[in-house]
Design a protein around this ligand. Sequence first.
Ligand SMILES: [Zn+2]
Length: 314
Amino acid sequence: MSRKPTAAYLKRKEKNEESLKSSGTAFIGQVIKFWNSSLWVGVDRIEYYVEKLLHSIFFLGHIHDVRLLPNDFFESQAVKDELETRFQMAFHNYMSPPRQTPFSILLTLAVRICGHENEDKIQENLLSFLEALKLPPKIKGESNYTNYYTLEATVIAVCYNETPGVLRPVKYYGASLSCRGERARRIMINQSCLNVWHNYVSYAVLAFRHEQRNGIIFPGTVKCRAFYRNHKTNCYEARRPCKNCGDLFSLSNPDTVRKDFPYGNCAETECLSKLISKDREVRSNMILGINYTRENLRGLREKAKTALGQSLMA
Ligand SMILES: [Zn+2]
């Protein structure tokens, strides 16, 4: 028997719907401002990133509780028309899942602009974007915009392989999923397991999801650090890895309390996957769980494929 939704529930739902609409609109507005400013000037293939950002935001609107259309994210019809002419793909293919959430694309762009070595500059670049978004003041009694759909990733992470003799290792970056709600997270994690992350990472995430506790272990030369934004100071501060990341990747000094996020949600997942894909030495010195076989991975991927199909139909 279905119960009638309470007034408080409806109010919350309305607020959430409004928050994705307004933060998506602000995000796109800011992308356009930065695109036209000196901050992003001279970046090769900038249109490619703008198109990816639009697609990712439109997709999150499409799968939102109360469905939002691309048209809902623009303050003026003129801007929308102009972008639609330039970025037809984003406006036509928005129903298919993107490879990254919006904030992750923004981070990729910041790394392109600042260079992979310059962690501080990358953080500053993101912070200036976030500050310019001018999100509404924090809701009283709620920390870190818990109930407001901001499209900001709560955590960013960096990792690298500190090979002896190599002075400046390549740094890889990742963001936690900048989408909200169980369905959106599940879609993005399954999509990443199937089409984005390295097989070793997909395997660890899916194995833990299906209670086959089988993580992967990195060589001791691999360093990984995570940061969250302190909203009061608008600075990134260091953070321990969560329990999930401790399980999946055997990161040192993890939190002992299990957070209520699915495996694969974290920033560490994205940056470590990039490191494995790019660094052959890391790849060959990793320890994989005893159950890691092609066969097992294929079975887990089949499950992820079914789950992705079902959540896209829902
Ligand atoms: Zn984590």
